[in-house]
Design a protein around this ligand. Structure first.
Ligand code: AMP
Length: 291
């Protein structure tokens, strides 16, 4: 085994073979293993996934891989923050056990030709505004799961549609891993934590606060008896006041199958938003109880 060992950092596996060697040792000791897939630039949202992982397993692997196949050519693949050393220290401080940070060619060697197409649950939301996105997520997540074969994998509700897509794919492909969702984590000012928040100026960040305020307002108005469409319409004022006048989506959807809800909310639902703020495309979502 050739794990990368740096002072203050965790052991890092860079190849599938090294990852599997370590997993094999843990399996021989009868230990349960969790995987937390990430693209790095880790923050408190990712740390909450590690905390959740520790509840389900003895050993926690955090993968760090900025996955090129989920970025369109005009998106921020090159600019995406890469902070592996501090990421590794953070994971160590929070009780993780191994970083898995494969290279691009380890994940996608010459001749790589496979794609995964998930229908239904990928309709709408990010599936519409980033048409390449879920294909890229599906291929990288299925590879990571099959490479590590953990007992459990943890994903955040910050990417709520992605969590539902992964649950669907894992069930459809009989991948023998339990998928667990973890709640969305916010900074003290209410902004959903995200690696892309690094792109925001102080002014952008102030503007970005309108997202969760608008979502929370939708939930309150629905609780007070408004239809989803009316609650959304009324909450646009909060976005407009922050000079946010366009968005990829600002919608209410069923919390489990993600079908669009316009009228009265009679089952658990969720309000979703995605919009560009400064250099960052921000997404957020908020639970809605039926009226
Ligand atoms: P990323 O590194 O952005 O691809 O995210 C890796 C994982 O962390 C995904 O499962 C995300 O949903 C999750 N995650 C990112 N931000 C948050 C957050 N603010 N709260 C909870 N989970 C998050």
């Amino acid at each position: 085994m050739a794990l990368d060992l740096n002072a203050n950092c965790l052991p890092t596996a860079r190849t599938v073979a090294d990852l599997r060697d370590q997993v094999k040792v843990w399996r021989a000791d009868g230990l349960r293993i969790a995987l937390v897939p990430t693209m790095g630039a880790l923050h408190i949202g990712h740390m909450s996934l590690i905390e959740e992982a520790k509840k389900h397993a003895d050993k926690v692997i955090v993968s760090i891989f900025v996955n090129p196949t989920q970025f369109a050519p005009h998106e921020d693949f090159d600019a995406y923050p890469r902070t592996e050393k501090t990421d590794s220290e953070l994971v160590k401080d929070h009780g993780g056990h191994l970083i898995y940070a494969p290279s691009g060619t380890e994940m996608y060697p010459d001749g790589f030709s496979t794609s995964i197409n998930i229908t239904g649950i990928t309709n709408g939301l990010c599936g519409d505004s980033r048409p390449h996105f879920f294909g890229g997520v599906a291929i990288v997540v299925s590879k990571l799961l099959l490479q590590a074969l953990p007992d459990v994998a943890i994903f955040g509700e910050k990417d709520y549609q992605q969590l539902q897509v992964i649950k669907r794919m894992v069930a459809d492909l009989n991948i023998p891993v339990e998928v667990v969702g973890a709640p969305l984590v916010r900074d003290e000012d209410g902004l959903a934590t995200s690696s892309r928040n690094k792109y925001l100026t102080a002014q952008d960040r102030q503007q970005g606060l309108a997202l969760h305020k608008a979502l929370a307002n939708v939930a309150t108005l629905v609780k007070n008896g408004k239809t989803a469409a009316d609650a959304l319409k009324a909450s646009e004022a909060i976005l407009n006041d922050a000079e946010i006048t366009s968005w990829d989506y600002f919608e209410v959807r069923d919390a489990s199958d993600l079908t669009l809800v316009d009228g009265p909310v009679t089952r658990p639902a969720r309000a979703f938003i995605a919009t560009q703020v400064g250099k960052a495309r921000l997404i957020d979502n908020w639970p809605i109880d039926p009226a």
